[in-house]
Design a protein around this ligand. Structure first.
Ligand code: XIL
Length: 413
């Protein structure tokens, strides 16, 4: 079992303890009488699979309305050397989407992970001309996770002004490059820690927690037409992390910081998913602050201890159905995206079988649950034609607020 397998097992054990306390929220049940809306359905996509696997491409083109590059727009991919941007693969992916009438959700401009090594080793590798693989740190809970996330930058450090310039240049260069082609962006990914404060990252550490505000302002300046999102996991239900994110949004609103929406990643498991009423309640809280909401990365792991005789696929369909019906019921929810297309290619491993299509591209019960939550999708004539042609051809430590935080080590300068 790989590292992720071990982590997922830990997750399963944690989820088991949740069984005793059902994840129910406010009592008002969501109504079956809700009008069905045609909410666009998205999928996280890998360019290599689009190129190599006809069934992958056909399934995506047939069943999905929009595409989120799974890794292709992350900083490690786009700025492998300091100041040198490489848009070759990203352009291919974005142009593929546009050719087929699919929207692109840009993911993600500023995140503490999937960074190029030169950023986390303070430029040493870049100066030596090394092109090393990006650092993708595993997400571990608690102090160990925090230590790992900060450890990468512990030996060196950035000056605040230097790292700020790097962040602004990255945002401006990427957003201008895709302006008119990518209409919405996760500007800041995963800014929250489990305790409701700022999550550790190179950005938070050396710029300070106001990096969120500065990133959003830079994004609005770079492409005034783009919709700007903060994207987060583990905030779908009640808890300190959700309250912390709401507090951040209120802080940003009070300071007139541009922000259009919140992405709820919705990585879930059959033993620990939220019911529809809870999810609706969360979505409405963001909507009440004037924000759009999207489900941005849903998957539902199905690994189980063998002793539990549960119908995994039925439970998975329940989890997906609850999220999709919540999204349908809240007018501010504008997109429903799963973190992948097929169980064959999921970031948490095929064994979790977490997606809507199985490894042989057959639709699962979860697929029907999602589809029945929304009105039938409007066929896009151009996309449909293209699709047929394709088939034919292919056969801190310190707790602090969200302003600049003097108590925090925010760089040397
Ligand atoms: C994941 C990708 O799916 C993996 O292929 C990659 O190795 C690491 O990143 N939250 C996010 C996504 O915002 O960017 C992550 O994607 C999954 C968790």
């Amino acid at each position: 079992m790989g590292a992720w397998g071990v982590l997922r097992r830990i997750g399963v054990l944690a989820a088991l303890s949740l069984l005793a306390t059902p994840l129910t929220g406010p009592s008002q049940a969501a109504s079956a009488k809700d009008t069905l809306r045609a909410v666009p359905q998205g999928g996280a996509v890998r360019l290599s699979a689009l190129r190599d696997d006809t069934r992958y491409r056909d399934t995506f083109l047939r069943e999905f309305d929009s595409l989120t590059p799974e890794n292709g727009l992350k900083m490690a991919a786009l700025q492998p050397r300091r100041g040198r941007f490489d848009f070759t693969a990203a352009d291919e992916l974005v142009d593929f989407a546009r050719r087929h009438g699919k929207a692109v959700h840009g993911h993600a401009l500023v995140w503490g992970l999937s960074l190029p090594l030169w950023l986390v080793d303070h430029g040493a590798s870049d100066q030596l001309g090394l092109r090393l693989p990006p650092i993708v740190l595993p997400r571990l809970p608690g102090a160990l996770g925090q230590g790992l996330a900060e450890g990468a930058t512990v030996l060196t450090g950035w000056r605040r002004d230097e790292l700020l310039a790097i962040m602004r240049t990255h945002i401006a260069t990427v957003m201008r490059h895709f302006a008119g082609r990518v209409a919405e962006w996760d500007v800041v990914n995963e800014p929250m820690a489990a305790d409701g404060g700022p999550a550790p990252s190179v950005w938070r550490r050396f710029i300070g927690p106001d990096y969120v505000e500065l990133a959003l302002r830079a994004a609005r300046a770079a492409d005034p037409k783009a919709k700007l999102f903060i994207n987060e996991f583990g905030v779908e239900g009640p808890g300190r992390k959700l309250e912390g994110l709401l507090e951040l949004v209120r802080h940003l609103r009070a300071r007139d910081v541009p922000l259009d929406g919140i992405g709820l990643q919705m990585h879930s498991h059959i033993l620990g998913f939220h019911d529809q009423a809870t999810l609706e309640h969360t979505m409405r809280r963001f909507a009440a602050l004037g924000l759009e909401v999207q489900v941005t990365e849903m998957d539902v792991g199905t690994s189980l201890l063998d002793a539990l005789a549960l119908d995994r696929l039925a439970r998975q369909a329940e989890a997906y159905g609850a999220a999709a019906r919540a999204c349908n019921a809240v007018a501010a929810c504008k997109r429903f995206t799963t973190w992948g297309i097929t169980d064959r290619l999921s970031w948490i491993g095929a064994g979790e079988a977490p997606l809507l299509f199985d490894a042989a591209y057959r639709p699962k019960p979860a697929f029907a649950a999602v589809r029945s939550a929304f009105a039938p999708r409007r066929a896009k004539p151009a996309a449909a034609r293209q699709s047929r042609r394709w088939r034919w051809r292919a056969g801190t430590g310190a707790r602090c607020g969200w302003g600049s935080c003097s108590g925090l080590r925010a760089g040397r300068g």
